[in-house]
Design a binder for this molecule. Structure first.
Ligand code: C5P
Length: 227
């Protein structure tokens, strides 16, 4: 039984992207990594890390097919059609989290996120942070574009942001209600736009985002090594 003081945690797994950059017919989240669809791996990681309910936001014509990816958790996973932009998909997902007080937003394109990162983000929200992001250091040198020239910048002042990002559910609802037409790349940025402080926790290399074909090769090798 869930203790009365434990806040319920919902995770929104955004999986409604097309995956054109991977050059496949399938939506990116349906591509298998070592025999398991990316989105199924992401959902499994959310539960293993402490989520009670997962809302999967899928491409509209793929909703029924995606729903078959989660036989083990059928009663705790909702699959719904997404929107045009990532932030539309998150907003649609938010309407399906019920009474959960903590909400995670996770990219299905980060299927190998370790459950301890999910747990770390949830705990930081439980400890009082309204918005939490996992981050990793920037390892490459960085340059800023200046017209037709570039100048070096201090990479130690930059961090790379991963998911899941965690929020007090009401904070994320307020942020989404205030976005208007502006496009945001992630939900923490949206919270910052309404003056919500964003806390960082250490992320992990395994939470990398699958974007290019080479990322799929890497994920496949890692997943095979683990099974
Ligand atoms: O395109 P990108 O990899 O940055 O997308 C990040 C995540 O957002 C992916 O998991 C993708 O499926 C999701 N997404 C979405 N709805 C959109 C666009 C992207 O759920 N309209």
């Amino acid at each position: 039984m869930i203790p009365a003081t434990r806040e319920e945690v919902a995770a929104i797994v955004v999986a409604a992207g097309s995956g054109v950059r991977l050059g496949r017919e399938l939506p990116k989240a349906a591509i298998e990594i070592a025999g398991v669809p990316m989105v199924a791996r992401a959902v499994q990681a959310m539960f293993a890390g402490g989520a009670d309910l997962v809302v999967v936001v899928a491409p509209e014509v793929w909703v029924e097919r995606f729903a078959q990816f989660f036989p083990t958790y059928a009663d705790r996973v909702k699959v719904i059609p997404g929107g045009l932009m990532r932030q539309d998909s998150v907003r649609i997902g938010l309407a399906h989290i019920g009474s959960a007080e903590i909400v995670l937003v996770h990219d299905a394109a980060r299927p190998l996120v370790p459950p301890f990162i999910v747990d770390r983000v949830i705990e930081a929200v439980r400890d009082g942070a309204p918005a939490v992001i996992p981050v990793v250091p920037q390892v490459d040198s960085l340059r800023r574009i200046r017209r037709n020239w570039t100048v070096a910048v201090d990479r130690s002042t930059f961090l790379r942001v991963q998911t899941p990002q965690g929020f007090e559910a009401d904070v994320l609802r307020t942020a989404h209600a205030n976005v208007g037409d502006k496009e945001f790349t992630d939900d923490a940025t949206m919270c910052e736009a309404i003056d919500i402080p964003v806390m960082t926790v250490p992320g992990d290399g395994l939470a990398f985002k699958i974007t290019e074909p080479m990322d799929l090769v890497l994920a496949e090798v890692i997943a095979r090594g683990e099974s």
